[in-house]
Every structure is written in C-alpha cells, then in structure tokens.
Design a protein around this ligand. Structure first.
Ligand SMILES: C[S@@+](CC[C@H](N)C(=O)[O-])C[C@H]1O[C@@H](n2cnc3c(N)ncnc32)[C@H](O)[C@@H]1O
Length: 276
C-alpha cells in the first residue's frame, strides 16, 4: 500500500480531498447547527430517545487538500464540533469505513476531542445492519451518506434508514460518476440495479445522456418519496473551481421541517435560526 499522508498535528493518516470538500462540510455543519433545537427535544432532560449522528463512509476525520499543505477536518469531526458548538451534542455517534487505518485514526481523533463513537470497519452493506440494530426507534437520527461514487449507495441502505420515524439524511450523489459511468452502470446487473432497483420499468435507457441522467434521478427521488420520506425541494448542486458539476447534496427527511432547514442551509445569508 502506498505511504499515506499524515496530519502533522496528530501524526495520524489523512484523506486527500479536492478543494470542494469544504463546501460540503460547511452545509453539513450549518444543518447540524440549525437542528440543535430539534435535538434538544430528544436528549435529556427533555427527551429520552437521544439524538444520533451516523456516517457509513466516514473516512479518517482529517484531510489534506490535494496539492496543498492545507489540512481540514473531515465530516465526522466537522459534525462533532458543530454539535458541540451548538450546545446540543449528539448522544450517539456511529461511524463506519471499509478502511481500517481510517477507522482507527477516526476513533483516536474523536477520543482526543473527549467524545466516544461506535466505530465499525465493514463493507457498508454489512455495517448498515449493525448500525440500525443499535439505533433507538424513538430517537432523532441524522445520517450523512458520502460515498466516493454510486457503486456503494444501494437503495437498500436508504430504505433501512428510512424505517426510522425521525431520520434525516444528507446524501452525496456524484454527478461526475453519473456522467462518466452511465453506460457501464446501466448494463444488466450493473450499479443502477442496486442504486435504484426496477429503474428499467420506468426509465428508457435509449435516450440522450442528459435526459437519461435526469430521468434516473427523478425515478430515484420518486422511489425515496414512496418510502414516506421526502427529498427536500431543490437539490444542491456543488460545482468545482472551473464551474464543473461535481455532486448533488440531497436532504431527505420525513418531517415538515426538512424544507425549512434545507432552505436555510442553502441560503446561509437567509434565516439563521429555525425558531424551535
Ligand atoms: C468520500 S470518502 C468520505 C469522506 C468523508 N465523508 C469526509 O467528508 O471527510 C468515502 C469513504 O468511503 C469509504 N468506502 C469505500 N467503499 C466502501 C464500502 N464498500 N463500505 C464502506 N466504506 C467504503 C472509503 O474508504 C472512503 O473513506
């Protein structure tokens, strides 16, 4: 295995990311800040269900921006610190990554901050069952799903999470991946068959790339709505420094506050507090 870069602060490995990672983290952090009022209702002394944070593709908790010596927090640390700063911490943290060096580093980093996480080191399709088994059905949960590509974002995962009454999800969908691998993913038994089973019944693959991609996403959003959980209107498109379309961030939740929360996250200059 190639030598991995380490963070000069703690000597543990880091992920290497593009400069746009910070934008994703900013939205994550803002959402967690805005949702502090909701968490408060679920954690003691008001509530008993607890408020959990879940990442199935967590990485190591620290990253270096490619080609620079700029080190930034990864999403698990961003989330942990945002909740802490809001005054309403998560009562449970569940992390998973297939790479053990990353999960070991993340575990140590969360401990160094004074936290304690349940850290899994499994392929996502196994980790999801362990994690949902551990969740309190009457808790408030927030899952950030941030895979490198669509290959591991099977619909099954979203379905299992959506069974919880109070489950919010922020899902990263790679536009580049969809663009580059459309042909490969759409073959029989390919990635789309897991990402959105039965898509063939509703989406015609014999059309130009742009409408095909749009139809696939529409179908996916429709299937999520059928689970009783609602994708927020307007999916956030994050673009790269040269204007290239990189990924969509989609917020999904069953409760009415989703639209409000997400629109506040999308318009950082707009509403700053959800007024719980
Ligand atoms: C985009 S990175 C996550 C970055 C992180 N959310 C952040 O912003 O700091 C995706 C992670 O998924 C992990 N991964 C890849 N395949 C996986 C699988 N099948 N199951 C679980 N984790 C996987 C990779 O090791 C990688 O750390």
């Amino acid at each position: 295995m190639a030598t991995r870069e380490v963070d000069p602060i703690d000597g543990l490995m880091v992920d290497v990311v593009g400069p746009w990672a910070s934008e994703k983290h900013q939205r994550l952090s803002e959402y967690i800040r805005l949702a502090s009022g909701a968490r408060k209702v679920f954690v003691p002394p008001k509530g008993t269900g607890g408020a959990s944070y879940i990442e199935l593709f967590s990485a190591s908790g620290r990253s270096v921006i490619e080609g620079t010596s700029t080190y930034i927090d990864g999403s698990p640390l961003v989330a942990y610190k945002a909740a802490h700063a809001s005054g309403v911490r998560f009562s449970e943290l569940h992390f998973n990554d297939i790479d053990q060096e990353k999960t070991d580093a993340l575990d140590q980093r969360i401990r160094a901050l004074g936290g304690a996480a349940v850290v899994h080191n499994k392929p996502v399709d196994l980790a999801i069952d362990d994690i949902v088994y551990a969740l309190n059905p009457s808790g408030l949960h927030f899952a950030f799903l941030d895979p490198y590509n669509l290959e591991y974002l099977s619909f099954d995962i979203i379905e299992k999470l959506a069974r919880f009454k109070h489950m919010d999800m922020l899902v990263h969908v790679s536009v580049q991946d969809l663009q580059r691998n459309l042909d490969r993913y759409s073959v029989q038994g390919g990635v789309f068959d897991k990402f959105e089973p039965d898509w063939r019944k509703r989406v015609n693959p014999n059309q130009a790339i742009a409408p095909f991609r749009a139809a696939l996403m529409e179908y996916w959003l429709g299937e999520i709505r059928k689970l009783g959980t609602m994708p927020a209107q307007g999916v956030e498109l994050v673009v790269g420094s040269k204007g290239q379309r990189l990924y969509w961030l989609m917020f999904v939740a069953a409760h009415d506050l989703a639209q409000k929360l997400w629109s506040a996250v999308r318009n950082p200059g707009g509403q700053r507090d959800m007024g719980f």
